[in-house]
Design a protein around this ligand. Sequence first.
Ligand code: FAD
Ligand code: UDP
Length: 371
Amino acid sequence: MKFDYLVVGSGLYGSIFAHEAKKKGKSVLVIEKRENIGGNIYTKNIENINVHIYGAHIFHTNNKKVWDYITKFADFNRFTNSPVANYKGELYSLPFNMYTFNKMWGVVTPEEAANKINEQRAEIKNEPQNLEEQAISLVGRDIFEKLIKGYTEKQWGRDCKELPPFIIKRLPVRLTFDNNYFNALYQGIPVGGYTGLIEKLLEGIEVRLNTDYLENKAEFDKLAHKIVYTGPIDAYFDYKLGTLEYRSVRFETELLDIPNYQGNAAVNYTDKETPWTRIIEHKWFEFGKDLEGNDIPKTVISREYSSEWKPGDEPYYPVNDEKNNNLYKKYKDLADKENNVIFGGRLGEYKYYDMDQVIAAVLDKCNEELF
Ligand code: FAD
Ligand code: UDP
């Protein structure tokens, strides 16, 4: 029998598409090259701690439709992301807010903070052309030097002058005492981790793990009328126009026999010298408690190192600069000619999507495609 859809990739995009297709009575097969479902949001339970294996994931959105949709598949807790920045042992609150400004400059009122920022941003005279100019124009040079430059250059492996301004515009700047990292109406972590959420989406759907579509593309294409491809778009075309650049991430994860390593889910190391970008202490995503509400005696931490991607590595972050976006457009033209293939998700569309944006994108696609 031929499936209506072959979904390549069991991340958020693929799993939601598969779920919606099944709901509409379509037959669906999901294949996944990793040994686990969930793509980058996969979590693994270690000693009652749900470890975010592919990096810390905090769900946040202003989109009520997306929130109403995703909360059907899991209960979300009230976790609010408030990372701490560690610059050579000095600790600062993130995102940039009155606590940060007070620690940086000793200013006490919003007016004093605004004056300090205005003084420092005066060096940028025109529309910011790169991340460095954008950052200075948002928060001034002191914060740029201590909290942005080192972190950003480690994360992206490029000078801040060579990075696009929009990356830093993701971070809020506030003249209030508010350490909530996101400007989002809705925020939280699925109780018990993300994997259960994906399992619910994929209930009743055949999933084949350890199965790489591109290794046997012609054979898989015969299995279904239509393909939903959520892997890297350039890999689909065998990199024939060149490789799109990604940033990759490497995690060093340790189980420690102590209850509390750093007192917070995320600590960013914003100096240049520390080789990792941040340390995640996973238990704090669920307040250090197990599902029965007991304190967890151990802890799991992950040091996160950023690296340049090369073929064979896991691609994580698309590098949406001009050069790569232009190359992507050429691949997109080829993709538009593949009549029976939908390209979706962070890698399929080469977009720096957050989870809520992936959900919005796939739900739109389902509306267009499934009836
Ligand atoms: P993916 O999760 O990448 O899924 C694609 C799947 O396709 C993978 O499982 C892959 O193995 C599979 N695949 C690829 N090629 C093939 C093939 N040839 N054959 C078979 N299978 C294949 N978003 C937030 O909203 N909040 C956060 O806090 C947040 N933190 C993040 C931290 C990190 C380190 C990273 C990298 C991302 C973060 N994101 C966050 C973004 C979030 O991970 C993505 O928006 C979302 O997971 C993308 O889902 P996806 O289905 O498009 O892609
Ligand atoms: N950033 C920074 N210092 C920090 C945290 C973030 O300079 O302590 C910058 C960095 O350039 C990063 C961008 O802000 O790429 C966006 O941060 P965010 O946390 O949104 O990135 P994510 O890891 O979610 O992609």
